[in-house]
Design a protein around this ligand. Sequence first.
Ligand code: ASN
Ligand code: ZN
Ligand code: CA
Length: 333
Amino acid sequence: EWEAVKNGTGHTVYSGTVPLTTTQSGSTYNLTDGARGNHRTYNLNRGTSGTGTLFSGPDDVWGNGSPSNLESAGADAHYGAALTWDYYKNVHGRNGIRGDGVGAYSRVHYGNNYVNAFWSDSCFCMTYGDGSGNANPLVSIDVAAHEMTHGLTSATAGLIYSGESGGLNEATSDILGAAVEFYANNSSDVGDYLIGEEIDINGDGTPLRYMDQPSKDGASKDNWYSGIGSIDVHYSSGPANHFFYLLSEGSGAKVINGVSYNSPTADGLPVTGIGRAKAEQIWFKALTTKFTSTTNYAAARTGTLAVAGELYGTTSAEYKAVQDAWAGVAVGS
Ligand code: ASN
Ligand code: ZN
Ligand code: CA
């Protein structure tokens, strides 16, 4: 049986019509990305174990945009994994999650009405539920990149998933998930500093998390305080998400791609942003060269400052912005 890398087309639930890299095997096509470490996308068909079946079919067109067509969410997941791969390769020079060029795999349609998505180190794979009523599969770009980034964090810093390191682990997935969403430049799922704005997890159209002011979700913390390590990691991520927003865009009110943000600081002092591209470099490099399994907020400050010093010098505006942004979320020297 011969195989060839092909350029297919996905009609996704959230990202419109997108290119997909697929494989032709004889007379059928399947969702194996031959350009990205053979990352594969499987259909669990509402089951909860094993891999289900590799998406395959007689043509290279996947889904119809509706979640009731089970290929549609497969197209989103395959697209999100490809974007995340490309982002790490093209922006940070990393070849795959582990840096070894080997793809992971995705499983969509996990269970019934399952409102979550998750990464697993043991399968080196990510899994997506279909949401409430199986109507909102959790396969938007930021969610896919968030889950895949848990794999990157595991393979690098190894931030323990509890206490302050757990909050930093979660924030890393939100920060780089947002970065991938901006990188995608998709006209349907536009880049923003919101997490999960496409998947309607609250049922009222609001996003899951807000990076400019994390407390807008009703549970996340805007600023560090002693004891933040004992709350859920999806809420103790708040100060780091807020730090990243401040470092990128600065404090105060701002509209980006039609979304309004407002990011007050803990100390009331203004922060001048250095732009998302530089902030991404600082976070990625700190994650992969400074952070360890036990890094807490104070150590994240030290690590990001060390990276800013290496990249831009300790007298640079970038270094000062890192100092100011951490002060803005109450992480001090
Ligand atoms: N969606 C969640 C996350 O990525 C799943 C979990 O909490 N394990 O953090
Ligand atoms: Zn997560
Ligand atoms: Ca988003």
